[in-house]
Design a protein around this ligand. Structure first.
Ligand SMILES: *Cc1c(COP(=O)(O)O)cnc(C)c1O
Length: 241
């Protein structure tokens, strides 16, 4: 197999896994959106996945987002920003991304609002919650998320579309599951407080089946489609580097 065939075969494998999980738990597969996490992946490879019918990409670094925007702008798709976002990069992210999944602090939300006002635009956002309490991961603490969402609701340029989390990296399935359940519970709480959060973005290559079982509507998959990356993920989750 050449690299393109391998990629397509991987992609079909992921689609099948999503489908089977849905059938097993009686969920409608059309309620799950596959987001391809494309950090470090070349535009050449991304195009193959887009031509195979995929429509949603996720990027972690503003520089990569920008470079690929230029190359991929002729191929229909959407790109969500899923990495840690520094406030001095807001301007560029607004230009190149369709949605920001990593709103994790008030300063960022406020500055984003200001910039959007200035440009007379709006932006879809997800609130990123740290459900695993791992220091290395970004996101607000779950206990602060509802208050945070209530405050964000006052910012008229930001549309809260969902919640995002990275599950605990652990082989203990039940501990991983607790992370995803915690995000689901927050969604319910927010609905009760009249904050409609439609999407739950959770689950990666190693744990997306668990995430689907717990209510994910967007799974973010990189490795299972594109193969292993050269650098550890901590590199991509730190926008300062
Ligand atoms: C890289 C990344 C993913 C995908 O991870 P894989 O293990 O490669 O599937 C999902 N979410 C975020 C935020 C990422 O940075």
């Amino acid at each position: 197999m050449n690299w393109a065939q391998e990629l397509l075969s991987n992609l079909n494998g992921v689609r099948t896994r999503i489908h089977r999980t849905c059938l097993r738990i009686n969920r409608d597969p059309s309620g799950i959106k596959l987001l391809l996490a494309t950090k470090t992946v070349s535009p050449e490879k991304i195009v193959v996945a887009l031509q195979a019918g995929e429509t949603l990409l996720g990027e972690n670094k503003v520089q990569e987002l920008k470079e690929k925007f230029e190359v991929l702008k002729g191929v229909p798709h959407q790109t969500h920003f899923i990495g840690h976002l520094q406030t001095n990069k807001i301007k560029e992210v607004i230009r190149y991304a369709d949605c920001i999944q990593s709103i994790d602090r008030w300063e960022l939300a406020e500055k984003l609002q200001k910039r959007l006002e200035f440009e007379d635009k709006t932006m879809d956002v997800f609130l990123q919650v740290n459900t695993s309490f791992e220091e290395s991961k970004f996101g607000m603490e779950p206990e602060n998320a509802v208050d945070f969402a209530l405050r964000i609701k006052q910012l008229d340029r930001l549309n809260i579309r969902g919640l995002m989390t990275i599950g605990l990296f652990s082989s203990e399935v039940e501990k991983v599951r607790l992370c995803f359940q915690s995000l689901f519970n927050l969604q319910c709480e927010m609905k009760d407080r009249d904050i409609p959060v439609k999407d739950l973005s959770m689950g990666m290559s190693h744990d997306f089946e668990i995430a689907i079982e717990e209510g994910a509507t967007i799974v973010r998959v990189g490795t299972s489609v594109f193969g292993k990356r050269q650098y550890p993920d901590s590199y991509y989750w730190n926008e300062t580097r």
